[in-house]
Write a protein that binds this ligand. Sequence first.
Ligand code: SF4
Length: 322
Amino acid sequence: MLEVTFSKNAFFPLTRTCRNECSYCNFRRSSTEIMKVDEIRKLAKSAFSSSCCEALLTFGERPDVYPSFRKELKNLGYSRFLDYVVDSCLICISEGLLPHTNAGVLYKDELKALKPVNASMGLMLEQAIELECHFCSPGKKPEVRIKTIERAGKLKIPFTTGILLGIGEKEYDRFYSLEVLADLNENYGHIQEVIIQPLVLVRGGRGERKVELSEVKRVVEFAKKLFSHVQVPPNLFSIDEVISLIKVGANDLGGISPLTPDHVNPENPWPKIESLKRKLSIRGIALKERLPVYDDFIEKGWYGEKTAILVEYWLERIRHAR
Ligand code: SF4
């Protein structure tokens, strides 16, 4: 029987303030709102009660470049957003969740501060070439993102990355971008999975996907030659499309939340896990739960030291449930 994995999570959008202005973004807001500590704790508690193992902390990049954001942060008692992120991870850990942080581009000392409080971390490469949609996004310069992924490798951080399709790249750019990621993985061995994600535009109803299924299939097929784990998000495809992607090599469906929306693709609700499991099983595919950090990296002990007890706890719990 074919197998495909997923991680049960809750999405913590710590802030939507972002220094970048990608032309296709569904997430960024001009307000300087920050998810407060009591909101984080409350969501973490309900996530644990709903058997979610992962706290997905995803937010705008370097929001503290804005004085108004720094003022908001100061009211909360912090001078650096990084410290707020570390404390948010600690709250999630204290409530029994394994943090997986996507913080955008980071320097070595920032990655070092986040590593102990994260089971794994992530940063989408998107594409390894300059694109017009990133004209106002200094953090989307390919060399800056590649450098962050490289730094994570040097620090032995289990890392999720991937490419975004339909943002103005050509087909050969997609293959080139995956080769760039494969080179990084060859050097550092830290890339636990690559996400193949089509751009979806908000249209006031169901989001509109910018690429054809046949294109995604070709990219998945190529990615599977380079990486052991290839992820496709199940809320951006129909069930038949998901199955066809699994048949050409996708073997992970990423984080699925029973609690929180996909804030990045707000018009595409998550499938219900039990129903997805049934639909896949009828087609001969077993849906298996995993942690945000993959087994290979658990064996190597690369997860953050403050998550160690929880990694063991969730591993046992998930294995027992299988
Ligand atoms: S970096 Fe992310 S949140 Fe910021 S503008 Fe670009 S897509 Fe939006």
